[in-house]
Design a protein around this ligand. Structure first.
Ligand code: HEM
Length: 288
């Protein structure tokens, strides 16, 4: 029978070898599944089992101050930031380098200007308060663009991240707005499918014509509908929508299809255009 001292020596030896070859932490992580909960915390106390590869991006993030980022413009490496995220755009020197059309974005976070188009010093700021949901989506598109086409480098301390690289309240607010913007996009798409925009043409002296077809507003469908003034809920300005009219009930149709055939003509958000035959597929106005 081996003595207690020998068993301890063997265990210490095995653990040391595993540690030396880097197998200790991964092996322990696997074995932890079979270990009782109370023993787990004791083991975790002695061996750091945190998975630092999972967070490698944030721990390797470089945090820039405004002054530091400002150095990355001109003839050397060129960096810029959108929504506090810094990208190396050196390969796009023709845009961002001296004399380039978008040189003003270099060395700073000019998030607001990406959607406002105000490229003055007052416009090239990271304050994005009061932007529309469309603008918020636009900013998200720009971040996706830079992540795809350029190299992510780190974060800049400012409106979106603090000195530890932690997202600020403003960044959390942006995330909420982006989620709302995505919802709004889906609702708008659904609204356009149900109330497709009318075709329209106007010519000086000839007036204006609004009409419906099975592809008006870019929405392909098997009904044309009738032109109506449509007030989308929550809006005050109407637009012309092709409103589904009552179709003849098909003999093979189920109840659901028959219901669909009721159309939307009695929808409270639609109004007949003054001066237009309510049954006409086309309305002409001489309002010039
Ligand atoms: C809010 C307004 C605008 C912003 C923020 C903006 C921003 C940018 C940026 C950042 C680039 C460089 C993309 C890259 O790294 O590859 C770019 C390229 C370009 N932009 Fe704009 N742009 C705006 C409006 C316009 C308008 C109105 C036009 C046309 C009249 C235009 C024409 C172009 C063209 C042609 C390029 C590509 C240039 C090339 O590849 O040589 N941009 N834009």
């Amino acid at each position: 029978m081996p003595g207690k001292a020998m068993i301890v020596t063997i265990v210490v030896g095995v653990v040391s070898v595993l540690y030396a070859y880097g197998y200790l932490v991964p092996l322990t992580r696997v074995l932890m599944v079979y270990v009782p909960v109370n023993v787990k915390s004791t083991i975790a106390y002695y061996i750091d089992l945190s998975d630092d590869t999972a967070d490698v991006k944030s721990t390797s993030d470089r945090i820039f101050t405004k002054d530091e980022l400002w150095k990355y413009r001109g003839e050397g490496d060129i960096y810029l930031a959108v929504l506090g995220q810094v990208f190396d755009v050196t390969k796009g020197r023709k845009h961002y380098g001296p004399g380039g059309g978008y040189e003003f974005f270099s060395g700073r976070d000019g998030s607001r200007a990406y959607v406002s188009g105000d490229f003055t010093e007052a416009g090239l700021v990271d304050d994005i308060t009061g932007l529309s949901l469309t603008d918020i989506r636009g900013l998200d598109d720009w971040v996706k663009f830079y992540r795809k086409d350029y190299t992510y480098v780190g974060k800049i301390v400012g409106n979106f991240y603090d000195a530890a690289g932690t997202p600020t309240t403003a960044y959390r607010e942006y995330e909420k707005q982006l989620a709302a913007a995505e919802d709004d996009k889906k609702l708008t798409a659904a609204d356009y499918r149900r109330f497709p925009p009318c075709n329209s043409e106007s010519a000086q002296g000839k007036g204006r014509r609004l009409w419906c077809s099975t592809l008006s507003g870019g929405i392909q469908r098997d009904w044309a509908g009738l032109p109506r003034e449509y007030y989308r809920p929550g809006t005050t300005k109407p637009r012309c929508a092709c409103v589904k009219d009552v179709g003849p009930p098909s003999e093979t149709s189920s109840t659901t299809t028959a219901d669909n055939n009721k159309g939307d003509l009695d929808n409270p958000n639609v109004k007949v255009y003054p001066g237009c035959d309510p049954k006409s597929i086309s309305c002409s106005f001489n309002d010039f």
